[in-house]
Every structure is written in structure tokens, then in C-alpha cells.
Design a binder for this molecule. Structure first.
Ligand code: HEM
Length: 383
């Protein structure tokens, strides 16, 4: 039987696994890992839209021993909350997101390339993909240069706060940086004119004090950086690989369509998790209360019931944009358009400014992660 939970670094072609599971076990109970895995498009949508399937708790009873500030950030994130708490934190995250000023993406990417290009070679992942999305968001909120540097350097450690399981060294570095991260974000948010009036704009928040609303806001501002790091890195990395492989870089329109098709065909985020809070019937299966569920978004994107000839990279397929890579339902990503725009602009900059872009290594290695397929490095030459 194909594995349900595997590290992307261990599997050269996860799409073969998804293809087999789609054919034979679209709703599958993995007895070893005690988790349901959902592979078909229709069933993934139905779980993600089902109020009986909630986000599982990360770090119950603080078993991971996070310190006070780290715990405060984690417990307030919209991405991890349910019910009324989710409604409030999502509203706050969306309000914050809507307040972002537009910034010059070309300027940021050109500075990154200038800093890291050596003898016409650059590692696209470590020089651009890991830095650009977070920097764009930081600058959109007006953070000073030194704070941008601080966040940029610490974000890779901080994102581990989302892991369902953490090792000691990860917990230690999260604990070490959380206080400083929180206080910089708080200072910056307090300096922005809309901050004081934020609470009046949040429905259902009258049971909360102003201080509580401020803490949720700062945590979810930090949440935007956290969410943008791995996923933002992935969309930039995987899109470049597909565009180079398929040579679809002749115009901005073609690049944008390629980014969208990459999200479907080679999704950076492969799965997300839920827990059944009541029994859920799905097809002929019964998911019992308290069962864990793995929603395999990258497999849904390859479902032939939804996408014609799904294993072909085809930027002209009319429904590519209906991929599930940003999720769907109440927890759907709030940065879909932002992310597609950012990746399109960054890749247009690259192809407009360099005549020849060559991949220097064909054997791409992936990070040892279960939920995301992220190249470790992509060395390219720019001429
Ligand atoms: C670049 C900036 C990004 C930001 C600031 C961002 C922010 C967020 C936030 C705040 C949520 C939580 C929404 C909620 O639970 O209420 C979320 C969810 C999600 N995001 Fe994004 N995101 C970004 C990029 C991306 C990208 C590029 C992808 C995919 C490649 C992605 C995939 C997802 C998915 C799958 C979820 C839903 C998870 C679930 O339902 O379990 N995000 N995002």
C-alpha cells in the first residue's frame, strides 16, 4: 500500500501515489497512522466546507513548552482557530491584509538578486524565494530596514511554531525570538493610523477588551509573515521550475497562467489537516468523531473528474484556477491573489531582465516536510 504520510524529500514523484489512491482509495483509512486521507476533489471540498471538520489543536496543554509570548502568538492565529475565535481572528487578519500599502516588488527583487548573484549564478530559493514574500509584506506595513532584516533572519525559525510536533531545538529558538518579534510587530502596528479604530470594525468582538484585540492583531500580523514564508517560497520556486521546463515565459500573461497552472500541477502545499468533531459520512465511509483527517489538496488537483488530462501541464485549461492549493471554505487562504500577483511580478522581472536563464541542476532535492513540497535549492545562471 502507498504511504499516506511521507516526507517529500523521500519521494521522487508523489503524484504517482496520488494517482493510484485516486483510482483505488479516494477516501482511505490509514490504520498505522490512525488518520483518514482524502484524495478526490469532490471529497476534499466537502471536508473543507464541513463545519464538523475542524482545525486540530496544535500544542494541547502546552505540551511543547512554549513560553508566554510564543504561546500567545500561536493561540491567536486565525489559521489554527475554530468557531467564534476563528471568526474574530480571520476578520482581523483580513482587515490587516487590506491595509497593506502597495510596494515596488521589482525594486526588492532587484536588490536581492544584486546582493546574491555571484559569477552570474544564484540560488533562487535561498536568495529570493525565502526572502521576497516576507519582505514585501514587511515593507507594505512600513517596517524599518533594521526590523525587516531582523524578521527576515528569524522567520525560518519562527515558522516552526505551526508544526504539529516540534523538536526541542525548534522550541528553544521559537521561545528565544518570540518576545522580540512580538514587540517589534506591536510597535509598528501601534504606529499605523488605523490601529486604534481596529476594534470598532470587528464584528462579534464586544466580549473582548481592547488589549485582547491588540494581542490578536499583533499575533495575526506575525501570522501573515509566518503563512507567507513556506507557501510564498514554494509558489516562487515551483513556478520557476515549471516555466523553465515548459518554456512558457513569452509574455506576462503567459507567466501568470503558468503560475496558476503550477499551483494545480506542482502545488507547493500538498495537504492540510482536520479533526472530526462529530461523525461525518463521506461516500460509503464513516469518519468517526475525533478521527484525524488528511486533506490531500495536491491529489484533488490531479483528479480527472475535475481537470481534463490532469497530468499534462497545460496553461490554457479553462479551470486551472479552481485548484485547491489555497484551500476552500472558512479557512481558505486570504492571500491567493496577492501570492499569484507577487509570483507573476517576480518572474516577469527575471525574464524581462535576463535573456538566458538556465537551470544548473536537474536533480532538485526537496525539504523533509510532510505538508509542503519545497525545493531546497534551485541554482540558476542569469545572463
Ligand atoms: C504569501 C502570502 C500568504 C499569506 C499572508 C497567507 C496567509 C494565510 C492565512 C492568514 C491563512 C489562514 C486563514 C484562516 O485559517 O482563516 C491561510 C490559509 C491557507 N493558505 Fe495562505 N497565505 C499566503 C500564501 C499562500 C500560498 C502561496 C499558498 C499556496 C501555495 C497558501 C496556502 C494556504 C492554504 C492551503 C491555507 C488553508 C489551510 C487550511 O484550510 O487548512 N497560502 N493563508
Amino acid at each position: 500500500m502507498n504511504p499516506t504520510l511521507f516526507l517529500q524529500s523521500d519521494v521522487s514523484n508523489p503524484y504517482l501515489i496520488y494517482k493510484t489512491m485516486l483510482q483505488n482509495n479516494p477516501v482511505y483509512w490509514d490504520e498505522t497512522n490512525k488518520i483518514w486521507a482524502i484524495y478526490s476533489y469532490e471529497d476534499c471540498v466537502s471536508i473543507l466546507k464541513n463545519p464538523k471538520a475542524e482545525i486540530p489543536v496544535v500544542n494541547a496543554n502546552n505540551e511543547q513548552k512554549l513560553n508566554k509570548k510564543a504561546l500567545e502568538i500561536l493561540n491567536n492565529l486565525t489559521r489554527l482557530s475554530n468557531g467564534i475565535q476563528h471568526e474574530i481572528s480571520k476578520e482581523i487578519a483580513m482587515l490587516l491584509f487590506s491595509k497593506m500599502k502597495s510596494v515596488d516588488i521589482n525594486l526588492i527583487i532587484s536588490q536581492l538578486i544584486k546582493s546574491y548573484l555571484t559569477e552570474n549564478k544564484i540560488d533562487w530559493v535561498n536568495s529570493v524565494c525565502k526572502k521576497l514574500p516576507v519582505l514585501v509584506i514587511l515593507k507594505s506595513f512600513g517596517f524599518e530596514e533594521k526590523d525587516c532584516d531582523f524578521f527576515s533572519n528569524k522567520i525560518e525559525s519562527l515558522v516552526k511554531i505551526m508544526l504539529p510536533q516540534k523538536i526541542e531545538i525548534q522550541v528553544n529558538s521559537i521561545n528565544e525570538i518570540s518576545e522580540a518579534i512580538f514587540s517589534i510587530a506591536e510597535k509598528q502596528l501601534s504606529s499605523l493610523h488605523f490601529f486604534e479604530s481596529l476594534s470598532s470594525k470587528i464584528p462579534n468582538s464586544n466580549s473582548l477588551s481592547l488589549d485582547e484585540i491588540k494581542t490578536i492583531s499583533v499575533s495575526n500580523l506575525i501570522g501573515l509573515f509566518i503563512q507567507s514564508f513556506d507557501a510564498g517560497r514554494g509558489i516562487l520556486s515551483n513556478s520557476l521550475l515549471q516555466i523553465l521546463n515548459n518554456k512558457t515565459f513569452s509574455s506576462k500573461m503567459e507567466i501568470e497562467k503558468s503560475v496558476i497552472e503550477t499551483l494545480r500541477f506542482d502545488s507547493p502545499i500538498h495537504n492540510t489537516r482536520r479533526i472530526a468533531v462529530e461523525d461525518i459520512s463521506i461516500g460509503e465511509s464513516l469518519i468517526k468523531k475525533d478521527d484525524l483527517i488528511l486533506v490531500v489538496l495536491a491529489s484533488a488537483n490531479l483528479d480527472s473528474e475535475k481537470f481534463e488530462n490532469p497530468i499534462n501541464f497545460n496553461i490554457e485549461r479553462s479551470n486551472n484556477n479552481e485548484n485547491l492549493t489555497f484551500g476552500i471554505g472558512g479557512h481558505m487562504c486570504l492571500a491567493k491573489h496577492f501570492s499569484i500577483h507577487l509570483a507573476t511580478e517576480a518572474l516577469c522581472f527575471l525574464f524581462d531582465n535576463y535573456k538566458t536563464i538556465q537551470l544548473l541542476e536537474n536533480n532538485i532535492q526537496y525539504e523533509p516536510m510532510i505538508n509542503a513540497r519545497l525545493p531546497k535549492a534551485i541554482w540558476i545562471s542569469l545572463q
